[in-house]
Design a binder for this molecule. Structure first.
Ligand code: GRF
Length: 205
């Protein structure tokens, strides 16, 4: 490499991503691992959970990522106060993009506006079908032939923002919601890192 190469192709710094979780964090693990590859456009620099003992916290720490529990219960009914405390952690960690991965809180306009265009979410259905909870049971009850997951930009309407990517799986005749959820998770773990990487590349221009 010559000095001229260094000027025209400066080493790209990775986009710093925070992952917000409430539970097991299997998507979070796939995001962290993909971000640790040399060629990744992002790295997960922080994990925050609103649940004190979320299993994902220890998984993040085992992968070398700082992981902080900030229980919403400590803030009573004041959802925005909790979000302001989350925001302080994100700012201190110099986070540039937020990925929600099983974060079971409805956000207030405060946090959504702070991260407008820089916060994404994974939802376990083929949006616009089945926003909200119990997506797999609803897909089975409707007799759908296909289910899947959607990555979208977070906006103030729940599960409504612009879609960045989807992955599909078949619904099989004897599926329970749990069996279907596991099949969908298999594709979530591939799709989410791919879409986050592309999203960060586009943001970085
Ligand atoms: C996933 O099904 C995701 O689509 C939804 O919450 C679940 C999180 O699972 N938003 P995990 O904690 O990543 O295992």
């Amino acid at each position: 490499m010559t000095a001229a190469d260094t000027v025209s192709n400066p080493p790209r710094t990775k986009t710093r991503v925070a992952v917000l979780i409430s539970g097991s964090g299997t998507n979070m693990v796939s995001l962290i691992k993909a971000g640790q590859r040399a060629e990744a456009a992002y790295e997960v620099g922080l994990v925050v959970s609103n649940i004190q003992d979320a299993a994902g916290l220890e998984k993040a720490r085992a992968l070398g990522v700082e992981a902080i529990a900030l229980p919403h219960r400590d803030f009573g009914k004041d959802r925005e106060a909790h979000e302001r405390a989350v925001q302080k952690l994100l700012a201190e960690a110099q986070i540039e993009v937020v990925a929600l991965a099983g974060y079971m809180r409805i956000l207030t306009p405060y946090l959504v506006r702070e991260w407008e265009g820089r916060m994404i979410n994974i939802h376990p259905s083929l949006l616009p079908l089945y926003p909200g909870l119990d997506t797999h049971a609803r897909a089975i009850a409707a007799g759908d032939a296909e289910a899947g997951c959607t990555i979208h930009i977070v906006t103030e309407g729940m599960d409504e923002g612009p879609v960045l990517g989807q992955a599909r799986v078949p619904v099989l005749p004897d599926d329970s919601a749990e069996v279907l959820a596991e099949r969908v998770k298999g594709v979530e773990h591939t799709l989410y890192p791919e879409v986050l990487d592309r999203f960060c590349r586009q943001l970085a221009g």
